[in-house]
Design a protein around this ligand. Structure first.
Ligand code: FAD
Length: 486
């Protein structure tokens, strides 16, 4: 599929690739000549800092086969798999555009780094199973010659999900699906729970499910940096700038049912450079929308959702930033090192953080309680009023906890069904999605990147069939119903 797109759009671009990597429109050969000319000028004007030739090495290339919008874990994972699955080394040029290389507001680095197998949709279980395998063998996947191995600080620990009487039957069904997919999960009665974790108050708990393998938490920053390092070694280009516009061409066609639709193809991405009012156009064949919490805005830039309501053209990408708090507390009487990540039926969760009786956790607000996503300030009253009472009810030792710090981050929240969106847009035919995973995008990124790259290169999913996560479901009103959303 990529090859077909390339033939359509980038015939000229490919013909010159043998010369070397494009940067700022110049080839490596050309860079050599430029540096010779610079030296000559410096010898004519000794001691002069003035240079008539601007350094363009920070600019994006004039063209790239693939432009990935967003350099968080999902964007980088797609880039990784595109390079890994390319048929011939160097065949595909990939550019990652990220507006903030400090990642100050990116979900990836503000997440709590958890991975679990306990989902109700088989696709979600499969995604997390592959991701667990990827993380376990991280130094095979992301090794870079002469660089030290990565240490993800992986902390193996099961998730302990608690169900009330009302949720017990669903939990049983979920565990059956998880086991069918190959996850190792056990069910526990309140008595078994009390015996294994005596610090838990089992009041109101009818059933618990506990992960026995492939669950725990790790350092998201380390995974992100490991991916970046590997991508650089694979020849992926990075550019700090903001994608502000797409230039597309349109064609009209009639569907089998007689409906008129407009197909769009993006052929240029405008990147506004950091600290500048200028933009750089980048010609491209394919675009990946991996802009996390902001991917709804990127879709809109491409004209998605701007048509009449009730049509495919008028169907928005329903992904928006939703603020989530994480509180860190100390409690000398709290559960010991055997404490798993506990998810209460009330929605509150916690886990250990380090070895010194520190814990982190929170609770997602209800729809009515949703905080203003305009900033990342923390609401400490939310902890006092909503989180602490639930924690202390489940773990009485937490009556004495003391909050030490807190932060907030954005869920890349899919308001339709809180599941990921992958694959191409039906009408903007060369925009692909890897977004909307709400609270589970970090752990699924390794597998999602592979699935999206397969779709881009081969035109279909090859390893995990993620059809339920395609964009079309928003138009058809078919929710990918996941019961285990934290
Ligand atoms: C508090 C919290 C806890 C979480 N806990 C977990 C967990 O335990 N396990 C789990 O699996 N997931 C968890 N998540 C969810 C997970 O972090 C996200 O699903 C995942 O990181 C999304 O990755 P991403 O690459 O799509 O987004 P991001 O990491 O946000 O990356 C998107 C990037 O796009 C860039 N961008 C946006 N617009 C533009 C533009 N116009 N031009 C250029 N760049 C642009 C942004 O700067 C950003 O860096 C948590 C999230 C939060 C907030």
């Amino acid at each position: 599929m990529l090859r077909r797109a390339l033939r359509l759009r980038l015939g000229q671009c490919l013909s010159g690739r043998g010369l070397g990597t494009y940067r700022g429109g110049s080839t490596l050969d050309c860079d050599g000549k430029v540096s010779k000319i610079k030296k000559k000028i410096q010898s004519i004007f000794p001691g002069r800092a003035w240079s008539p030739l601007y350094d363009t090495s920070h600019l994006p290339p004039e063209r790239s086969d693939v432009v990935i919008v967003g350099g968080g874990v999902l964007g980088l994972s797609v880039a990784y798999w595109l390079k890994r699955l390319e048929k011939q080394q160097g065949a595909i040029q990939v550019l990652v555009v990220e507006r903030d290389h400090t990642y100050a507001r990116a979900s990836t680095v503000l997440s709590v780094g958890g991975i679990r197998q306990q989902f109700s949709l088989p696709e979600n279980v499969q995604l997390s199973l592959f991701s667990a395998e990827f993380l376990r063998n991280i130094n095979e996947y992301l090794a870079v010659v002469d660089d030290p191995p990565l240490d993800l600080q992986f902390n193996p620990s099961g998730y302990l999900l608690l169900a009330s009487e009302e949720g017990a039957a669903i939990m049983e069904r979920n565990v059956k699906i998880q086991r069918q997919e190959g996850a190792k999960v056990c069910l526990m009665s309140p008595e078994q729970l009390q015996k294994k974790f005596p610090w838990i108050n089992t009041e109101g708990v009818a059933l618990a499910s506990y992960g026995l393998e492939n669950e725990g938490w790790f350092d998201p920053w380390c995974l992100l940096q490991g991916l970046r390092r590997k991508l650089q070694s694979m020849g992926v280009l990075f550019c700090q700038g903001e994608v502000t516009r797409f230039i597309s061409s349109s064609s009209h066609m009639e569907t089998a049912s007689g409906e008129q639709v407009t197909l769009k193809r993006i052929h240029e991405v405008h990147v506004k450079m950091d600290h500048s009012q200028e933009f750089q156009p980048v010609e491209c064949a394919l675009v990946v929308n991996a802009a996390g919490a902001w991917s709804g805005q990127i879709a809109e830039l491409a004209g998605i959702g701007t048509g009449p309501p009730g049509t495919m053209q008028g169907t928005k990408l329903p992904v928006e930033p939703r603020k989530r708090y994480v509180y860190l507390w100390h409690c000398p009487q709290g559960p010991g090192l055997e404490a798993p990540l506990v998810a209460d039926p009330s929605g509150a969760y916690f886990r250990r953080e380090g070895l010194g009786n520190n814990y982190l956790g929170s609770c997602s607000p209800t729809e009515e309680e949703e905080p203003d996503p305009g900033n990342l300030e923390v609401d400490y009253d939310f902890f006092q009023e909503k989180v602490w009472p639930r924690l202390a009810q489940r773990v009485p030792a937490f009556e004495t906890l003391k909050v030490r710090s807190a932060w907030a981050g954005y869920y890349d929240y899919n308001t339709f069904d809180q599941n990921g969106v992958v694959g191409p847009h039906p009408l903007v035919i060369n925009m692909y999605f890897a977004t909307g995973f709400s609270g589970h995008g970090l752990q699924q990124a390794p597998a999602v990147g592979r699935a999206v790259a397969e779709m881009m290169l081969e035109g279909h999913f090859q390893t995990i069939n993620l059809s339920p996560f395609l964009f079309g479901r928003f138009y058809f009103g078919e929710k990918a119903q996941e019961h285990c959303i934290l």
